[in-house]
Design a protein around this ligand. Structure first.
Ligand SMILES: [Cu+2]
Length: 135
């Protein structure tokens, strides 16, 4: 390998690495956690790329025990005006504290996802998660 070829090879490897990094940063899986009233809610979006995805929402008590008997409602709104919210079907029956919510990112941009968790004792805990969706 002569010197010019060697430099070219190095540049190629660098751009490949950069591409992999960008792919990982854009539209990938993301996770956020919030705590209130001794209940921790973690939202994981399987994808933040425009289109159909699943939101995995984990609900745990203050002793880190899963709460499977809550009722969840999820609403997604974009931060710009004039767009109707995306409402997910109400979800019950967590599996080891994880509730799977089919969801569609209908547009790329900044979203606020509101998760309302109603516990069996009637308390409702509400959290908002900010997510950025790529086209
Ligand atoms: Cu929009």
């Amino acid at each position: 390998m002569n010197h010019a070829m060697h430099v070219k090879f190095k540049i190629m490897s660098l751009s490949t690495l950069l591409l992999i990094f960008l792919l990982a940063a854009c539209g990938g899986r993301t996770s956020q956690q919030k705590e209130d009233s001794n209940v921790t809610i973690t939202l994981t979006a399987e994808s933040t790329q425009r289109g159909q995805t699943e939101l995995l929402i984990t609900v745990k008590d203050d002793a880190d025990n899963p709460i499977d008997d809550a009722t969840l409602t999820v609403r997604g709104e974009m931060t710009h005006a004039g767009m109707p919210p995306v409402l997910a079907e109400e979800v019950r029956d967590g599996q080891n504290g994880v509730y799977t919510v089919p969801f569609e990112w209908t547009m790329g941009g900044d979203w606020v996802v509101t998760v309302d968790v109603t516990l069996v004792d009637g308390r409702t805990i509400s959290h908002q998660f900010d997510l950025s969706v790529t086209n």
